[in-house]
Design a binder for this molecule. Structure first.
Ligand SMILES: NC(=O)c1ccc[n+]([C@@H]2O[C@H](COP(=O)([O-])OP(=O)(O)OC[C@H]3O[C@@H](n4cnc5c(N)ncnc54)[C@H](OP(=O)(O)O)[C@@H]3O)[C@@H](O)[C@H]2O)c1
Length: 333
């Protein structure tokens, strides 16, 4: 069926300026790590993506290795770009990344110029795009000089293959160095993509202060801890959940659904209910309360999860008392 977008798609979404740049991101972005590969039903993929766009999500996050098999999330996104979203390319921010294993031999992963140049060309081809809006180095490379990796990001911008660049999974010290090198080349680092959620707060100590100070945006990934910070595991492991499906490729495993994690989720769900939210909405709101956060990067296996998660935007203010109670639960007090 031909796609006609919702005319009111921009009404319910908030758009945040990404660091000191001119680019605004939707406060909720959608990631295509799981559920968008060739092993997943294409009709569901299409429905999730169009539901996101219809609800004001303008930013879609990919990587060379997303989907099973690797690369198929970009291919499927490309199919939907070609079929449905092509007329709206200028309303979209599409990001992709390179850094993890993608093809055999010495040039198929990490951070060399050889790998990054080949990878972005492959990604553009799979997605059928002329350029991506954001190209990330996906993880730090201990063996390639940071200057080489950052010079390649700068090159890709100058070649017009990416409009902006970012880094992901860099610790604060390495991020500071990458930001300094990129600034020196006149291609500022737009954004950092760290893992950050109520259950993994490492970024708060050094990374967020650094990004805030440097005017670099921040888009946390796995904000729902892959589903642990939702209501879905409170009474067992559903067979159609990410943990229940026993997926490979970094997906949450049954062993991670511990009694301790469930107890915390149940206690947090009580506070969420008092705030008029469910646990997922409160977990996302808790991240968005910080204005240094440009957007929060969710995953979804169903369109209804998108419309549910977006409701977090109606309340991301927390009282000191709520924050204290949440800290108490997270610290296991
Ligand atoms: N840079 C990196 O190294 C890196 C690493 C990981 C992820 N990422 C990016 O971050 C994105 C998000 O990561 P993630 O998928 O782990 O994020 P997440 O939002 O923590 O987890 C997504 C999962 O949570 C469940 N969910 C989402 N919304 C829900 C709702 N409203 N109610 C109930 N359950 C809900 C779904 O699980 P079910 O499938 O069980 O329904 C969904 O698949 C990825 O797609 C990718 O773009 C980047």
């Amino acid at each position: 069926m031909e796609y006609t977008p919702n005319d009111n798609r921009y009404d319910g979404m908030e758009y945040r300026r990404c660091g000191n740049s001119g680019l605004k991101l939707s406060a909720i972005s959608l990631g295509l790590w799981h559920n968008f590969g060739n092993v997943d039903p294409f009709t569901n993929i299409r429905y999730i993506l169009l539901t996101a766009f219809d609800n004001g999500i303008t930013h879609f996050d990919l990587a060379n290795n997303y989907g099973q098999p690797a690369g198929s999330a970009e291919e499927n996104f490309g199919r939907i770009m070609g079929k449905d979203l092509h007329p709206y390319r200028d309303e979209l921010v599409v990001s992709t990344k390179a850094g993890y294993y993608m093809w055999p031999g010495p040039y198929g992963e990490w951070g060399s110029k050889k790998y990054l140049v080949a990878s972005i060309d492959q990604s553009l081809k799979r997605m059928g795009l002329d350029y991506v809006d954001i190209f990330y180095h996906h993880r730090p490379d201990p063996h390639t000089p940071l200057e080489e990796t950052m010079a390649t990001l700068d090159l890709l911008v100058r070649q017009g293959k990416a409009l902006y660049v970012g880094i992901s999974n860099y610790r604060a010290k390495d991020a500071a160095e990458a930001i300094r090198i990129l600034n020196g080349m006149g291609t500022p680092c737009l954004i950092h993509q760290p893992k950050y959620s109520m259950l993994d707060r490492w970024a708060e100590h050094e990374l967020l202060p650094l990004l805030g100070h440097a005017g670099v945006g921040c888009i946390p990934f796995s904000p729902l801890a892959q589903g642990l910070l939702t209501d879905k595991y409170l009474n067992g492991i559903p067979s159609d959940s990410r943990a229940g499906r026993k997926l490979e490729n970094g997906a949450i495993r049954e062993e991670a659904i511990t009694e301790e994690a469930i107890l915390k989720a149940k206690q947090l769900a009580v506070i969420a209910k008092q705030r008029g939210q469910n646990l997922s909405q409160m977990a996302l709101a808790w991240i968005l309360k910080d204005q240094r956060i440009s957007s929060v990067l969710v995953g979804a296996s169903k369109p209804s999860q998108i419309t549910d998660s977006i409701k977090c935007l109606s309340n991301y203010q927390f009282s000191e008392e709520e924050l204290g109670r949440i800290d108490g639960i997270l610290n296991g007090d």
